[in-house]
Design a protein around this ligand. Structure first.
Ligand code: DON
Length: 582
């Protein structure tokens, strides 16, 4: 373990001459900017009265119809989320969990935590063999990996407290999409090819995801999901009870237990979503509202923004070597504190939230960042568990200016890969977000620290970062993304792109991204995000570099109050994503 918090975990190593931000940095900036322009597939879209941005154009259309019908942002977000469970089932869900940040046009901000919970029979060592070793895949690809789902409870409570239209009106479009079907998309086809062999081994999944249970659907072909339609119809009629009790609950428990899982009817009946206060901060005059624990997103985002506020990022240039270095060092510090301190607040009452998001602590951390020096992440401390990329975010603004930023997930794409027999929806594998081996921390990605160990009824730590920005008391921006731990880095960079680099929302979202998650000690970056000379400078400075294809899929809206215009963009990294407005 480490002796002191924060600073002690970042030893200074290599020293080379300071990068010249105006010289090499600016050349890099120009070449990357051109790359970004070439890579920007879609322009932002505009609307005056209301807008929905999500990972599925069909689902965004559902949301905007609700707005036109007199619904508010909460109604539209709930309808869009249910529709995504039909049209974007890799992450859109009723079998998973997530978070909502909601800002009323009057300025109050609240959040909903509908993160999954560990079942009552869960134990800290449930994924270990008799020698104390982690059993491969048990916490990710098995019925034991399923957490008690939270989505239906969270959407229901948010709607009950803040929605305007009847519940049945906001669930109905999803029922129809499932019952009548819709044209199978290229995005779904692409995913199905990747998962074909796994799904073939699971009869209840194959029955839903393949034509006649055996053959891939083709793009353009009608895809109907009758079991899911019946489940959604029960939720439409009975509200939360249509999921957590009665037929749905009975079938769900029967299926999970038949596969070796431990979720009981009582676990379902006991599940409750929580309304929580947002975590708040400021950045260069913007107010930031984001998700508190059990998400690590808000605290870590605000901590990184506080650190970065003291650097002249604009002068460094977007994705110049100096910029990437400084932002990565801020991330390193934020992610280290995430691993050390954060977990379910109901089980960790002493999380030092005020300190972690304070300007004075950020100043302390900032003073350890040098332009000519790379810190190291102390491997004697601890590492973090693997989190895969599949989650989804949606942003909604209505005519009055109410705003919903919602991120939810099944954890992996299609979660545990298991469709509940006869119910038509995928079950999450969110238990994999807990630290699985108590006390054991190593370079392979295990972390054994206490705040995020498994306990009955506990919520696993998340990185989801649904966020809202306010400027001069007025709604300014909504943003969020999938991507596991990279989510916080993605949301951070879209904010920096808009605030520091003055990009419009489409350019800010499309721009190449990177992140540093403390351990492993490497800057992970998209293949088109950094030029070779930038990479070379960063390597020379002492950073480890790794290329990936894609980081996240952000869905954002910016409000131009002076013109009365909403501009939105669905990340082109999300194949079926789309903006709908009116
Ligand atoms: O809650 C979390 O942080 C993760 N389970 C999210 C996983 C994720 O984002 C995968 N997404 N693309």
């Amino acid at each position: 373990m480490i002796a002191n918090e924060g600073i002690g975990r970042f030893r200074m190593i290599s020293k080379i001459p300071t990068l010249n931000a105006q010289g090499q940095g600016m050349r890099t900036y120009l070449s990357v900017f051109l790359l970004v322009l070439a890579f920007t597939a879609a322009a932002q879209e505009y609307a005056r009265n209301g807008m929905v941005v999500s990972a599925s154009q069909l689902a965004s259309d559902v949301g905007v119809e609700i707005l036109k019908d007199g619904g508010n942002a909460v109604d539209a977000a709930v309808a869009t989320a249910f529709a995504l469970a039909v049209t974007w089932p890799s992450a859109g869900n009723i079998g998973g969990g997530g978070f909502i940040v909601y800002r009323k046009h009057t300025g109050e901000v609240t959040t909903f935590d509908f993160r999954e919970k560990a079942p009552a029979a869960a134990t800290p060592t449930m994924y270990l063999d008799e020698h104390g070793n982690l059993i491969k895949d048990l916490n990710h690809l098995s019925a034991l990996a399923v957490g008690v789902p939270g989505t239906v409870a969270g959407l229901y409570d948010a709607h009950r407290l803040y929605g305007k239209l009847p519940w049945s009106r906001v669930v109905r479009p999803a029922v129809r999409l499932a019952r009548r079907g819709f044209a199978y998309t290229y995005g779904l086809y692409h995913d199905a090819i990747a998962h074909e062999q796994t799904w073939k081994k699971l009869p209840s999944t194959a029955a839903v995801m393949f034509r006649d249970g055996t053959t891939l659907y083709q793009p353009g072909e009608k895809w109907r999901q009758p079991d899911l339609a019946r489940t959604l119809a029960r939720i439409k009629r009975q509200g939360k009870a249509g999921f957590y009790s009665g037929k749905t609950a009975e079938k769900l428990v029967l299926f999970i237990q038949s596969q070796g899982g431990i979720i009981t009817l009582k676990d379902l009946a006991d599940y409750e979503a929580r309304e929580r206060k947002p975590v708040t901060g400021t950045y260069r005059g913007y107010e930031i509202y984001s998700m508190p624990p059990p998400s690590s997103g808000g605290i870590t985002l605000i901590q990184m923004l506080n650190i970065l506020e003291g650097f002249d990022l604009k002068t460094y240039g977007h994705n110049s070597a100096t910029y990437v270095h400084v932002v990565s060092e801020a991330m390193r510090r934020g992610y280290a504190n995430r691993a050390l301190h954060l977990g379910d607040p109901d089980f960790n009452p002493d999380i030092p939230v005020d300190k972690l998001i304070s300007k004075s602590y950020a100043e302390e951390l900032r003073s350890t960042i040098k332009l000519d020096t790379v810190s190291v992440s102390d491997p004697a401390a601890f590492t973090q568990p693997y989190e895969s990329p599949s989650t989804t975010h949606l942003s909604v603004v209505d005519k009055e200016g109410n705003a919903v930023s919602l991120t939810y997930t099944l954890e992996y794409a299609y979660g545990s890969q298991m469709v509940a027999d006869g119910l038509g929806f995928f079950l999450n594998n969110e238990m994999g977000d807990f630290n699985p081996v108590p006390g054991v921390t190593n370079e392979d990605g295990l972390i054994g620290t206490a705040p995020n160990l498994i306990a009955p009824g506990k919520r696993m730590l998340s990185s989801m970062t649904p966020t809202i920005l306010v400027k001069d008391g007025k709604l300014f921006m909504l943003i969020g993304s999938p991507g596991g731990r990279s989510i916080i880095g993605t949301v951070l960079q879209v904010i920096l792109n808009v605030v520091d680099h003055e990009m419009d929302i489409a350019t800010a979202i499309e721009a190449g991204r990177f992140y540093h998650q403390w351990l492993p000690n490497v800057i992970i970056h998209e293949k088109y995000s950094l030029s070779n000379d930038t990479r070379a400078l960063l390597t020379e400075l002492g950073h480890n570099m790794r290329r990936i294809t894609q980081q996240g899929a952000a869905m954002g809206i910016v409000v131009d109050v002076s013109k009365g215009v909403l501009s939105g963009h669905a990340d082109s990294r999300s194949p079926d994503g789309g903006v709908a407005g009116y």
